[in-house]
Design a protein around this ligand. Structure first.
Ligand code: SAM
Length: 298
């Protein structure tokens, strides 16, 4: 058996990773060998590490987005939209389980959000807050699919990244729902709303944070939610770490993007310690993201 095949077999890489490693074997075996040694936690020289780092940046728009601003919605938007003619590294990121799970989280969130909006609409006007919204594609998709002619729904998208908000505004114009969505550039922790929200969406924010910081954030935003309103917040689960360690290794190596994986018990406890009643948790189809739904206890 060739060394390349042995390496791949010994590490039980998934299909997407095997495709990437086979392409690297042909295009730049030094980078491929480095990647396997680094993943195995074997010594590597700084020269080859620098070469490999540059190779990944030069050959992947997704990696470049991820490393330029860790936690940026440019990265998640690539995962939602895909890329025409992706490079082998970008194809890996789009095809690995962890990458596909992010898109699946979007679809699961939209489905649940649509149901929750209908419940609240039966009671009257609905005000949605989308914190750390990026462009706010989740809410925009639901509003444009079901509520474009509704007069009693509004959504406010709050993000510190002005470019994400500009992109969201364009999306609402394309979908002809710009009358339903407002965009505010702000650190959501300092937000001072004139009205409280019925539904508050917090997707892709808690994942890198420890339990204590997550509790502080949920406590801070609790005052923005009406009594009887709800919080929909996501976190990455331990299943991702277990089932796609190679994708997580790439995130840590390239972007120093470390996650705090939390299972249902842990996210539920965070909600409860922050003063919410846990209603339910749901997952994306890979089980890599848990999305909690809870109501503030007054
Ligand atoms: C990973 S993206 C997720 C975007 C979107 N929620 C989604 O699910 O596609 C995280 C976003 O949260 C924003 N963000 C993080 N912390 C924030 C804060 N304290 N105030 C405002 N925006 C924040 C970032 O700028 C980024 O746009």
């Amino acid at each position: 058996m060739q060394d390349n095949e042995k390496d791949i077999k010994n590490f039980k890489f998934d299909k997407a990773a095997i495709e990437l490693l086979n392409t690297l074997e042909k295009e730049n075996p030094r980078v491929k060998n480095f990647l396997i040694r680094k993943y195995k936690e074997l010594p590597v020289s700084p020269e080859i590490e620098e070469e490999a780092y540059n190779y990944f940046l030069a050959n992947s728009v997704i990696i470049t987005a991820m490393t330029t601003y860790t936690g940026s919605s440019v990265f998640t938007e690539f995962l939602y939209n895909g890329i025409p003619s992706p490079s082998p590294i970008d194809r890996y990121i789009l095809q690995c389980k962890a990458g596909k799970a992010v898109k699946s989280r979007l679809l699961a969130t939209e489905k649940k959000l649509s149901k929750i909006i209908t419940e609240y609409r039966n009671k009257g006007n609905v005000l949605i807050g989308n914190m750390g919204s990026g462009p706010g594609r989740d809410v925009i998709n639901v509003l444009s699919a079901k509520y474009r002619n509704a007069s009693n729904i509004q959504s406010i998208h709050i993000d510190k990244d002005i470019n994400a908000l500009k992109r969201g505004k364009i999306m609402t114009k394309v979908q002809k729902i710009d009358h339903l969505v407002k965009f505010i550039q702000e650190n959501f922790l300092n937000y001072n709303p004139s009205q409280k929200f019925d539904i508050l969406v917090l997707i892709g924010i808690l994942c890198p944070l420890d339990a204590e910081t997550s509790i502080t954030i949920l406590k801070t935003i609790k005052i923005f939610i009406k009594g009887g309103g709800c919080l929909i917040a996501s976190n990455v689960t331990k299943q991702m770490e277990k089932e796609d360690p190679f994708a997580y290794f790439i995130m840590k190596w390239m972007a120093d993007w470390k996650l705090v994986f939390k299972d249902e018990e842990e996210l539920k406890l965070i909600y409860e310690k922050a003063g919410y009643k846990w209603k339910e948790g749901f997952r994306d189809s890979y089980g890599f993201h848990l999305i909690g739904v809870g109501t503030p206890i007054s």
